[in-house]
Design a binder for this molecule. Structure first.
Ligand code: UTP
Length: 298
């Protein structure tokens, strides 16, 4: 019997070195896209896919994430007393998005280790993993929901994959295998391959649905690339199992908000997608481009 996916894990305990100094005290998952923390957009995606329990793996600055998803009675009360009921309702809605369970990763020992920290909270059932700094703007079925559909059909683990430009393979976990029914049966997996050695240009990105069989595989994984416990190393075990592991391309626009350029791009894309901001943002971009064109290095 294939169990439904009811829980999601969001690892948010990385150091966020690419975003220092902003991430000195605030986790990068709390940095806003226009006016909403990236992690709220990610939890909204999970909630729309039917997930009720979200396990956030926290590191430093965890208070900010916990407070964000907790009730803010004083703030709500003050807003209502000033007639700002819509704003107060929106704040109250954040706490209803999901039931948040917080677990701690005491040291940033890698993504695989962060996921393993959620083992007890997840237990013996399939679960989703959504990276808190990876955004997927969808037009219908949420990104993680698309992977859940494949899991419901196969009972196997599923990871989201994306074709990356030639020469960028060394920045990702790269997979290769056989395509059938619009999905890749993964046979080979390499974490951040050395330039020129990647078996394909298909990279694992930000969304996973994993069966509980991953737990012992992660628990026995030794520190690999960069001295960290990589999720990819645990995934290799699933790919070699009889159930297998699939890769699927999610329909939606993906943004790597954990990277400075990707973050700026996500802000622009989300602002342009909003009716109240589209025109003023276009106008602002034209002005900024006009003022700054030709000035770089000058
Ligand atoms: P990244 O490699 O993008 O995050 O990890 P990072 O290490 O924080 O970023 P940089 O490279 O230093 O700028 C992917 C995801 O895994 C989480 C991160 O929070 C991010 O959401 N992560 C990573 C953990 O929770 N724990 C870790 O030990 C490592």
């Amino acid at each position: 019997m294939i169990l439904p996916v009811r829980k999601a894990v969001i690892p948010a305990a990385g150091l966020g070195t690419r975003f220092l100094p902003a991430t000195k005290a605030v986790p990068k998952e709390m940095l806003p896209i226009v006016d909403t923390p990236t992690i709220q957009l990610v939890i909204d995606e999970a909630a729309r896919a039917g997930i009720r329990d979200v396990i956030v793996v926290n590191g430093r600055g965890k208070g900010a994430i916990e407070d964000h998803f907790d009730h803010a009675y004083e703030l709500e009360h003050t807003l209502r007393s000033r007639g700002k009921n819509a704003e107060a309702d929106a704040l109250a809605g954040i706490t209803r998005l999901a039931r948040i369970i917080s677990v701690r990763q005491h040291q940033p020992l890698g993504l695989g280790h962060a996921v393993l920290c959620a083992r007890e909270a997840v237990g013996d059932e399939p679960f989703a993993v959504l990276l808190g700094d990876d955004l997927i703007a969808d037009q219908g079925r949420p990104g993680i929901g698309q992977l859940i559909d494949i899991h419901a059909a196969t009972g196997a683990g599923v990871v989201s994959i994306m074709e990356v430009p030639e020469g960028k393979e060394h920045m990702y976990g790269i997979v290769a295998g056989d395509w059938a029914d619009g999905r890749l049966r993964i046979r080979e997996m390499v974490e951040k391959p050395r330039p020129g050695t990647a078996p394909s240009r298909w990279a694992i990105v930000g969304r996973y649905v994993l069966p509980p069989a991953i737990w012992p595989m992660l628990a026995s994984t030794k520190a690999g690339h960069g001295g960290e416990i990589q999720l990819t190393d645990g995934l290799k075990g699933l790919a070699a199992s009889s159930e297998g592991l699939y890769g699927a391309v999610i329909d939606g626009e993906r943004h790597d908000a954990g990277d400075r350029l990707g973050y700026l791009r996500a802000n622009l894309a989300y602002a342009l997608a909003r009716a109240d901001l589209r025109e003023p943002v276009m106008e602002m971009m034209r002005e900024v481009l006009e003022q700054h064109s030709g000035k770089v290095g000058g």
